[in-house]
Unconditional design. Sequence first.
Length: 171
Amino acid sequence: MRVWRRLSGARHCGSVERNDRESGSWICDGLISAVRLAGLVRTVLFVCVENSFRSVMAEALFNANTPPGWKAISAGVDAVGKQINPLAYSLMEEIGVRVSKKRTQQVTPEMIQKAWRVVTFGCLDRCPAGAVGKNEDWPIPGSTGKTQAGLREIRSDLKRRVFELLRRLPE
């Protein structure tokens, strides 16, 4: 049995184009990798100041639960020369989510332009132009000075907000 999912583009399953489905765009699960390779994946960009904690964890949470045709990336407005906070790795491992990001990256206008949604953490005023209109700001504090319990609260808030965002994604 083939499973069809709604995506932008033609209706395909295997190598056979399907024109007998209801209006809309559909693709077979077997071609999800091909869709990603073809660049038909929509992106959510998480931006914080240093790209070392909140945005990294939000990216990992999103990508661990994302539907086909979507991905998250993260960046920072002041990420040059910064390191990912090791606590981001351990906090995510506690809930079974792997953080694969190795380095911080600086947000660019191209990242913002290509993103379907830009989620900021109190730094929209410092982002390159283009985020206004497709952004949302999550007032989640950074990790500085927080206890382990406080860091877990940040993680829980991120998780709740990421799942709310996932529910709002268009098909």
